[in-house]
Design a protein around this ligand. Structure first.
Ligand SMILES: [Cu+2]
Length: 92
């Protein structure tokens, strides 16, 4: 049986709007590619020191992808606004 993966799956999507990551805690399985899309009208970025991830500044409607391959809880912030917090919880 094929495993169907579509853009409609909520599993790998985080939106950024009004200085907030939605959802603030995203739970995915290892191997999931997470896409952050900026729906705010100012730039934001994704910085996860534990994984050495530093995105470029995302302008409005820009997106950034990262594939989580290891299980764990990974906190990230916006590099431009470090008070913006999010987490990706990856199960093995
Ligand atoms: Cu920001």
């Amino acid at each position: 049986m094929a495993v169907r993966v579509s853009r409609a799956d909520a599993g790998g999507a985080v939106t950024v709007d009004n200085f907030t990551f939605v959802p603030p805690v995203l739970r995915v399985k290892a191997g999931t590619t997470v896409t952050w899309t900026n729906h705010d009208d100012i730039p934001h970025s994704i910085v996860c020191p534990a994984l050495n991830v530093h995105s470029h500044a995302l302008d409005t409607n820009d997106a950034f992808n990262f594939t989580f391959t290891q299980a764990g809880t990974f906190a990230y912030v916006c590099g431009l606004h470090p008070f913006m917090h999010g987490q990706v919880v990856v199960s093995g």
